[in-house]
Design a protein around this ligand. Structure first.
Ligand code: PEP
Ligand code: MN
Length: 329
């Protein structure tokens, strides 16, 4: 943001007032050394233009036009879905299997999620898999199992849709639609999802910049989405010791600078169950308004992402800060 001064302005007084509003500023001087304007640095407290115009000596306040005005409009506005409030007082716990392997597995997991203080059941009916020979989900029948399990245990549900052809059936069943990392810039899919008006959990593309991620959110809002919650799930790093590289800097940026609701998925970020609990804590410290984790009754038998599935015992331990938020069981 650029704040131009008028000829009569007392630059010292204006700069003190700007600093008092929480703005970090650099003075811009003309060739005679006279301060003509102040440049506001990023990381400053958000202040409206109207407030700055109230300062005596300010001639004009200019800011570059945002490329994601609809995302900006929701700054600081919490997103409520069922019992979960993303960006409210309590962090949100989303948990469930990677893939919905069968109905009874899902029911056992839903009971655990509710008891541990989770408010959202996750699980894949349509699974994006690197190998065409890997289990890719039970499809529509699994959506029905999931709706039933979520309702039985007083949870909301979130599930991924992979194809435009399935958007309506997924939207009709779920409370929140997940856009997976691989589809963050599938603009035709984003448009079809947006048209349903459903809230969206928008995972960050594995090589997407923060700007591209925010723009994907803008695509959803432009197409009609009611709410978008961003989900950091790690970007592709250089070290195969962890599956991805969890970018907590981007989480802090979204939470504190852009002020949009952002949750963290430490399961896909690390690919290792032992690293999920510490990174779930780190996520909240960075400003995330919740976490999404994978849990399974018999992790080694999970049909997808077995290495990152938490056992019930480990899940209960990591979920301690969330206890009391879930359904009465
Ligand atoms: C998932 O959450 O089920 C998933 C496939 O994650 P991602 O899109 O982040 O890889
Ligand atoms: Mn998974």
């Amino acid at each position: 943001m650029l704040i131009n001064l008028n000829a009569q302005a007392d630059a010292g007084t204006v700069s003190r007032e700007l600093a008092g509003l929480g703005l970090w500023i650099d003075a811009l001087r003309n060739s005679d050394g006279i301060v003509q304007a102040f440049q506001v640095q990023s990381g400053s407290t958000p202040v409206t233009k109207d407030r700055i115009y109230q300062i005596h000596g300010v001639a004009s306040v200019l800011s570059p036009e945002s490329k994601h005005p609809k995302v900006d409009e929701r700054r600081g506005v919490p997103v409520s879905i069922g019992k979960a409030v993303f960006g409210g007082d309590d962090p949100v716990l989303i948990a469930g299997p990677c893939s919905i392997d069968d109905e009874s597995q899902l029911n056992q997991i839903a009971a655990q999620v509710a008891e541990a203080g989770g408010t959202f059941l996750r699980g894949g009916a349509f699974k994006p898999r690197t190998s065409p020979y890997a289990f890719s989900g039970h499809g529509n029948v699994a959506l029905k199992w999931m709706r039933k399990a979520a309702d039985t245990h007083g949870l909301s549900m979130v599930t991924e849709v992979l194809s435009e052809a399935d958007v309506i059936s997924v939207a009709d069943t779920t409370d929140m639609i997940q856009v997976g990392s691989r589809n963050m810039q599938n603009f035709a899919l984003l448009k079809a999802i947006g048209a349903t008006g459903k809230p969206v959990l928008l995972k960050r593309g594995r090589a997407a910049t923060v700007q591209e991620w925010l723009m994907a959110g803008e695509h959803l809002y432009a197409a009609g989405s009611s709410n978008v919650v961003f989900c950091e799930r790690g970007v592709r790093g250089y070290d195969p010791k962890t599956r991805n590289l969890l970018d907590l800097g981007a989480v802090a940026l979204l939470a504190h600078d852009y002020q949009v609701p952002v949750v963290v998925d430490p399961s896909h970020a690390t690919g290792r169950r032992d690293l999920i609990p510490p990174l779930a804590q780190a996520a909240l410290a960075a400003g995330a308004c919740g976490v999404m984790v994978e849990v399974h009754p018999a992790p080694h038998t999970a049909l997808s992402d077995a290495a990152q599935a938490l056992s019930f015992d480990a899940f209960r331990e990591m979920a301690k800060p969330y206890r009391g938020q879930g359904a009465e069981v």
